[in-house]
Design a binder for this molecule. Sequence first.
Ligand code: MOS
Length: 770
Amino acid sequence: MTRKIVKTKFIVEDEHFEKIAEVSEDKSNVWSPEKELKIVGKPVSRYDGYDKVSGTAVYTFDVKLKNMAYARILGALHPNAQIRSINISKAESLPGVLYILTSQNCPSINWYWNTGKLFDTHTRYIGDEVACVIAETEMIAEEALKLIEVEYEILPFVTTAAEAMKTEAVKLHDWGNVTWGKPSTYSRGDIEQGFKDADLIIEEEFTTPVVIHNPTEVHCCVVNWEGDQLTVYDSTQAIFNVRETIAESLGLPNSKVRVIKKYMGGGFGSKLEAGKYSVMAALAAKEIGRPVRITMSRKQMGTSMGNRPDSYQKLKAGIKKDGTLTALSHYSYGSVGAYPNGAGCAWPLRSLYKCANVSIEEYSVVTNLGRARAMRAPGHVQGTFAFESFIDDLAEKINMDPIEFRLKNYSENDPENNNPYTTKKLKEAYIQGSKAIGWERRKAPGSDKGSKKHGIGMASQIWWGGGTPPSGAVLKLNWDGSAQIHSGTQDLGTGTYTFISQIVAEVLEIPMDNIQVIIGDTETCPYSTQSGGSLTAPSVSPAIKDAAEQMKTKLISSAAVILETTKDNIKYESGIMSLINDAEKKLTIPQVFEKLNEAMLVTTGNRNANPEGYSINTFGAHFAEVEVDTDTGKVKVIKIVAAHDIGRVLNRKTLDNQIHGGVIQALGFALLEERVVDHSTGIVLNSNMHDYKLPTIKDIPLIETIIVSEADNLISNVGTKGVGEPAHIPGAAAIANAVYNAIGTRIKDLPITPDKILMALNKKNTGAEK
Ligand code: MOS
C-alpha cells in the first residue's frame, strides 16, 4: 500500500504546526458526496449506548482495584504565599493514613509550561498543591488534610488582569505577569489608512467572565504498579499526552507506562493535559505498594482544574456607507490564573470577514487564581461574542440587515493569506438558518410591544477542525468474520466508538455487532491524536477507512487466488466474494480463512496528509429566538437553529447530540455562567454546582440542527470535519443579538443576567444612555 513520509501542516486550537508524519497516499475508494453509503451518515444508535444506560459502562471514576488506597490533595489556603514549613505528624498518626507526599519528601519534578514544580514551595492561588494524603478511605484522607499544619509567609496578591498589568502590581513570576512577557500581536494591511478610508468609525467594549469547564465526571485517576510497569486509568482527552508527561516526570521509558481511558464524563479541554495528581498518585502507589485512586472534589474542579479566561475586548471598526469593512482593530486582555496560558480572543475578527486592514494586540495576564486551560474553542467563544455583537451594531449604524452586512463582507478565500478554502458553505448556513428561524419575522430592535418582548438574532462561526496526521489504526479480522479495530484515540462521550464501528461495517459490509472497537489504551492501540481542537473524527476516520479498505483488498486478492482468477473478476458484497461472471462461485469470509489456513488477518491504516495551499475551516451560523420579560429581566431562549458546514456527517444522531451540547453550553455562557471571586481574599465563591449556574433542563430551548455541507474530499477519503467546538462558538453571540433585538439596548458584559437587563432598560427609558 502507498505509504509516504511527508511534511504536513495542521492547526490545533489556535496554534499552527508543521509536522513530518507517515501518511497514506491511497486515493482509491474516496467516499465522494455522491456515493451512497448504507451505515455511515445514518442516525445509528450508540455503540456504547447499552453500557451507558444500563450502568455497566466503567468510567475512570468507577475503576476499583483490589486493595486500592485513596488519595486527596491539600490546596494552599492563601492566594500568594511562601511555604515556611509543613508538619504532617498529626495527620500521619490518624488511623488509616498510609502516606503523605509534600514538597519535603517528593522528588523535585518540574512541571511543564513553567507551571511550577510538582509541589512548589511558592503557592500562587488558593488550591495550589501543598500535600497529597493517601489513606484507606477517601473520608480518612479528607480528614487527614485538615490535620496537616502549614506555616505560610503570606504575600500580597492580585486577582484581576487589569490590576496585574499595572507596573506596580505584585509579580507572580520572575518574568512578570504577562505570559510570554509581551502581548501577542497580529496585523495586516495599513490600519491607519483603513480608518482614513472609512465613512464611519465605531468603537465598543465587551467583557466576558471566567467560566469553569464543570465536566460531569471530576478529574480522577487510578494507578497500579506491577513491578516497574505502571498502569494509569485516567479521565483524559489525550492518553498519549498523559503517558508522555507521566513517563517524563517519573524518568521512565514510555513503554513502562500504560494509560487507559474507556469512558469519560466530559472534558471540554480541561482534560487535555496530564494532571499533577496523576504523578502524585503514581509516586504514592510505588511507595505503599498498592493501587491508588485520586479524585478531585467538586470544589477543586472550580478552583484548580482549569477555566476559560475572562476577557476585556475593545473593538474598533472603520466602515463605508455601503457596509464595506475598511479597518478592524482589537485590543484585549484576559486573566489566565497563576501560571502561563493564552487568553487571546481576536481570531474571529482576524478571519471571519474580508477586511484588508487589521490590527490585534492581546495580553494574557497571570493572577493569583487557578490556572486557565483550553476550553471548548479557546478564545473563539469570547471573541465571537464580542465581534459578532459588534458586527450587528455596525450593520445597524448604516441601517443594513445584519445578514446582508455579513454577506457584503463575505470572504470567498481566507482573508489572511488568500488561500482558497477546501470548502466554505457559510452562505448556505445563512440561507437555510434564516429560513428555519423565520428571519422575516424579525422586527426593528426594541419595537416589540408589551412587557414580554420577542427578539431574533444570529451569529456566524469559523473554526479549524480539519484533522491531522499522524493517526493510525490496526484492524484484526478473525476467521469467523468478526473484527477488532484499534486506534489510540479516545471517546469523550461524543460518539468516537460508534463512528469507528460504522466505518468498518460500511467498508467490510459486516454487522456492527461483530465489530469490537478498542480505543483509549496506549498499550494495545497505535498512536492517534488527542481529542481536542475538534480533531478526533477528521483525524481518525480516514485511518479507520484506510485499514478497512486494505482488509477488503486483502480478502478480494485472497479470493482471487482461491478461485483462480484475478482481483478484477471478484465482486465483494455483504462479506461475500463471488465471481462477477458466475455468482455461484462464491466464498464467505470464513471460507477464505479456511482456504488460507489462517486465524487472523491484520492491516494497518493511516490518515492522509492535508492538502497544500488550502485553508481548512469549519463554518456555521446560529440563530436564536428569545423572549425577554421586561418586568423581571429574565431571558427565555425559545429556539436555536444551528446550521453547520462540517463536511460529511458520520452519524446524524451523535452529531445532533454534540450540537445540542454545544448550544446548551453556549446558552450557559450567554445567560448564566460566571466564576465569582471575592477579590479581597482571592476565594472562589461559587466552586460548587449549586452556586455556579449551569443550564438545566428547564432552560433548554427547541434546538434545530441543519447540516449544509457534503463530504470535503480535499481533506480526506471520508471528508468529515469536527463539530465539537463549532457547535459551541456562535451560540452566545446569537443569543446576545436576539436579546438586543428584543429590547433595543445592548448588554456587552456576559452573562446577560436579569439585573443587567433591568438596569439597561432603566437607563434606556430614562434616556441616560447615549
Ligand atoms: Mo478542546 S478546548 O478542543 O478540548
